[in-house]
Design a protein around this ligand. Structure first.
Ligand code: FHN
Length: 611
């Protein structure tokens, strides 16, 4: 509901010439919180314990269902206004009559999250389209004015009723506000410019709406999820320091994500500073080796859209989602899994099924997720590990086994300490594991031949000290093959990239004599067929590479695959690997300077020896 005069009053109140930033921050630009590291950890404690949250993208865009006229959208359906290039007036006129939330939609979200084992929910209060779910004094483009219901309040109350923490997503962009960023460098409908727009009026509006959702009228806010900054639109363009100060004054315990800044590589390297936000937010990807020294949360989609599109029919399977949850947590992160409710706020059956499956897995294995930290292994051939302190100096490792060994025996590669106790979560109490040091690690024997859960069965192993783990070597998976990932390599004169949204982890920028070295532990000397995932472009003369380990050597050529993002699997012949701890070296012999050449996973499959 819009109350004229309040905008001016609010601006005065907040002193838009600049709210006083804590004097202790003088000279330490952007450090907006002077609490000690221990206090920060205390503030983050519930979130680190939670590990799993549910994201909700729902707004007017949900009613478009991924269709505008004859155009259809499977990816990012919440961007339909911009991607179909619809003016704010036409969008509003078309979408408002369609917006008819069901009476009990919010309680359905809350019970889905609760049932899945999520401990917090972050929902879109306002996405880029600019429509707010709360009763805003700043605009009539909000749920209360349109439906007579304060939908923000309904959601918050439903979440609290289920004991869930409340996270609020609020877009920094706004495709409805007449003064919001437009034109060059701005994310807005195309053809608009900044002419006649007054960015400071929009920033006042942004601050005023953020104030409304955090000033206590909706109770405590546990997380504020601001989205997002890019290029020229970041930091002080949003009057970020002042905004953070406002939020922290309103809600001293709140956690704020990192997206008031773009977080360029330089900014990322300057870690530990609070202008980062309280946590970092990789989107649709799980960093290969976590993010050292920083709290982070991967947000992820079920398919390839955040907002509902009836055309986005390809969903990740429940097993893939459970693996992604475990993967994030095993690297020290949180996992925020999105749902895109239907126009009336209800939830489609495929989403319900996946969240129920996750919940069923969490019922058995929740202890291996909640309150855990990254496991001590760089990578495990059969799954992942999480870790927890269990009191009196004791430690527990949770081994999340994705590929269950049919022979009842599992090697935990690199583990140097024999556990004092081990048990299969959800398994029969009578099962006792035998555990001994062998084959460069600890071997668990006496496991049931069938997994408890097809997606991942967890073995909890306990220690009365911090377990020691040998430096990392890639071990063979249960079927004897090796998967060498880019993150496993020590790279010289080429560049390793962790995967970014929609892009794969890879090693690129190869030069002649550049090398990637992989540490392997080979149990049996034998011949392995080599397959390499390659994307290559602009190669005139084929690039040549050599793989070697000790005396063994194999050369192969790489041709263009038709594009720098066109991935193909290259058969690179076979190589005889010696047994023991070895280094497999991939060396570039020749390459044109202008080539684009990326290498991702290398797979070594044992070649059956002829009798
Ligand atoms: O543009 C948005 C997108 O629609 C979605 O909300 C995601 C969630 O992290 N954030 C933005 C892109 O980074």
């Amino acid at each position: 509901m819009k109350r004229m005069g309040l905008i001016a009053g609010f601006c005065l109140l907040m002193g838009f010439s600049g709210v006083q930033v804590n004097a202790q921050t003088e000279g330490q630009e952007y450090i907006l919180n002077t609490e000690s590291a221990a206090d920060k950890q205390e503030r983050m404690a519930w979130w680190k314990e939670a590990r799993f949250g549910m994201f909700v993208h729902w707004g007017l865009y949900s009613s478009a269902e991924g269709e505008w006229g004859d155009k259809t959208f499977t990816r990012a359906a919440e961007w339909i206004q911009r991607n179909a290039n619809v003016s704010a007036d036409v969008y509003q006129e078309t979408m408002l009559p369609k917006f008819k939330p069901a009476p009990d939609f919010a309680s359905k979200w809350a019970s889905l999250a609760k049932q899945a084992g999520a401990k917090y929910v972050v929902f879109t209060n306002k996405h880029h389209e600019g429509f707010a779910l709360h009763d805003s004094t700043q605009t009539e483009y909000d749920a209360k004015d349109v439906t007579g219901r304060d939908l923000h309040k309904e959601v918050v109350e439903a979440l609290r009723a289920e004991g869930l923490r409340v996270g609020v997503y609020h877009s920094l962009w706004d495709w409805h506000h007449p003064d919001a960023p437009a034109g060059k460098g701005a994310m807005n409908v195309s053809g608009l410019t900044m002419e006649g727009r007054d960015l400071s009026r929009y920033t006042n509006y942004l601050h005023a709406q953020v104030n409304e959702i955090t000033d206590g009228r909706y109770g405590d806010v546990d997380v504020l999820w601001l989205d997002y900054s890019k290029g020229p639109y970041q930091g002080e363009v949003w009057r970020a320091k002042q905004l953070v100060e406002l939020i922290r004054n309103n809600q001293p315990q709140i956690l704020i994500n990192n997206r008031l800044w773009q977080n360029t590589k330089e900014q990322r390297e300057d870690s530990g500073k609070y202008w980062f936000g309280d946590f970092s937010t990789p989107e649709q990807h799980i960093p290969a080796t976590g993010i050292e020294g920083i709290d982070w949360e991967t947000c992820d989609t079920l398919n390839i859209t955040w907002g509902w599109s009836k055309h986005a029919v390809e969903f990740k399977t429940s097993t893939e989602l459970i693996h992604r949850l475990i993967d994030a947590v095993s690297k020290g992160g949180n996992y925020l899994l999105n749902i895109g409710p239907l126009p009336d706020g209800s939830i489609d059956p495929k989403t319900v099924e996946r969240f129920s499956d996750i919940g069923e897995w969490m019922q058995i294995n929740g202890d291996a997720i909640y309150g855990t930290q990254a496991g001590p292994f760089s990578r495990l051939p059969w799954g992942r590990a999480t870790a927890k302190e269990i009191g009196d100096g004791g430690h527990r490792l949770y081994l999340h086994v994705f590929d269950w060994p049919a022979n009842g025996e599992l090697l935990v590669p690199g583990l140097q300490t024999i556990p004092t106790h081990g048990s299969v979560m959800g398994g029969k109490a009578a099962e006792t594991l035998r555990m001994s040091k062998a084959r460069g690690g600890v071997v668990l024997e006496g496991l049931p031949t069938q997994p408890v859960h097809d997606a991942a069965t967890v073995i909890a192993i306990d220690f009365d000290q911090v377990p020691s783990v040998a430096p990392y070597r890639v071990h063979a998976a249960t079927d004897g093959s090796f998967d060498l990932e880019p993150a496993d390599a020590t790279v010289k004169d080429a560049i390793y990239h962790d995967h970014e949204m929609h892009r794969r982890s890879c090693i690129d920028s190869w030069k002649a004599n550049a090398e990637a070295q992989f540490p392997l532990q080979v149990e049996k000397s034998q011949s392995y067929a080599v397959q390499i995932e390659v994307a290559a472009d602009k190669i005139k003369d084929n690039a040549t590479f050599a793989l070697s380990a000790g005396e063994a050597q194999r050369s192969f050529e790489v041709k263009s695959t038709g594009g720098g993002e066109v991935w193909k699997t290259l058969d690179a012949g076979s190589i005889e690997l010696p047994s023991g701890p070895i280094t497999l070296t991939l060396r570039c012999a020749t390459i044109d300077e202008a080539s684009i050449l990326k290498l991702a996973t290398i797979t070594l499959k044992p070649v059956a020896s002829t009798p």
